[in-house]
Design a protein around this ligand. Structure first.
Ligand SMILES: C[S@@+](CC[C@H](N)C(=O)[O-])C[C@H]1O[C@@H](n2cnc3c(N)ncnc32)[C@H](O)[C@@H]1O
Length: 302
């Protein structure tokens, strides 16, 4: 199977599909978040301007598009922790989570720590932030990012998300799930199915449901659970949330309102219908936001 045949499965659900395909051929811009522990936006702007980089505001507080920053991970400002490089759409799940200073927050699939460091900013480094990831090599990147950025409220753990121990409950839980990652396929996507696995969306669904289900156990009553992926596949998105809601009556979907153009979650896909409330979830597409593709759903434990 060629990648174009694969994309055609989304022709009916992605608005303005030809523009979507055109966006996939282009590299996404570099975005960064200023690290308030080490610097501020004006000072960073001055330092990067000396390198010919122009920072342009985007609708996420403290974040910028960095034009002209060709090797964002090798500047002295990066090494000193003045900024964190993160796709604009990857910043949106934490906005949906809306954690507050002093809260207990669990980031269940955290490595390499983009969203963990963003959560630490949102809670002003106050509270308890558990950054968990099952894959040991990725924990090194997580740990080093937390140190580089200077986060002090986080502890790192390494459990399978689906069996994370239930000794404490959390005000906020983020499941940024392992997924097929189609949303990141821009500029150089895999060309043929031997380079990727077309059965992945179906195969990942049970794991995603188990991890999300355990996450729901860990949310305190009244707390918020956010589920996100960087893929378009409904099997990994709406179908996972729909199946979770069929299993539990103590969760309700709340609207996700990212401050960027987006499309609603699907209520039907290939003959299967999902509950109407899934329309409150958000789908982020690269032709609407010049970044990666994402899916975000917000649930509250009643
Ligand atoms: C999409 S990535 C997370 C990206 C991260 N949230 C960030 O913003 O930097 C998904 C992560 O899930 C982890 N993972 C895979 N299987 C897992 C499991 N069973 N339990 C917990 N984490 C798992 C992977 O190691 C990977 O780091």
């Amino acid at each position: 199977m060629l990648i174009d045949d694969w994309w055609s499965r989304y022709r009916e659900i992605i608005p303005d599909f030809e523009r979507f395909l055109a966006a996939l051929a282009l590299p996404p811009p570099v975005y960064l978040r200023v690290n308030p522990r080490r610097t501020n936006a004006a000072a960073l702007q001055d330092r990067l301007a000396a390198r010919g980089v122009r920072l342009e505001s985007v609708p996420v507080p403290g974040a910028f598009r960095a034009d002209g920053l060709s090797r964002p991970g090798s500047t002295s400002e990066f090494l000193l922790g003045h900024y964190y490089v993160q796709g604009l759409s990857s910043m949106l799940p934490v906005l949906a989570l809306a954690p507050e200073p002093g809260q207990r927050v669990l980031d269940l699939c955290a490595a390499p720590g983009s969203k963990t460091t963003q959560i630490a900013d949102e809670i002003e480094d106050r509270g308890l932030l558990i950054a968990n990831d099952f894959k040991i090599p990725r924990l090194r990147a997580l740990q080093s990012n937390l140190e580089r950025i200077g986060v002090t409220c986080a502890a790192v753990t390494s459990y399978r998300g689906e069996s994370f121990p239930g000794r404490i409950s959390f005000d906020r839980v983020l499941v940024d799930a392992p997924c097929s990652g189609e949303g990141t396929w821009r500029e150089r996507p895999p060309r043929r199915s031997r380079d990727w696995d077309p059965s992945q969306p179906e195969r990942l669904h049970p794991l995603q449901l188990r991890v999300l289900s355990r996450a729901a156990d860990l949310v305190a009553p009244g707390g918020v659970l956010v589920y996100s992926t960087c893929t378009y596949a409904p099997e990994e998105n709406e179908a996972v949330v729909d199946d979770l809601l069929a299993l539990r009556s103590d969760l309700s979907i709340e609207p996700v309102a990212p401050p960027v153009p987006h499309a609603p979650g699907l209520t039907a896909w290939q003959g299967r219908t999902f509950r109407n409330e899934l329309g409150l979830a958000a789908r982020i597409y690269p032709h609407l936001v010049d970044s990666w593709g994402f899916f975000i759903a917000r649930l509250r434990r009643t």
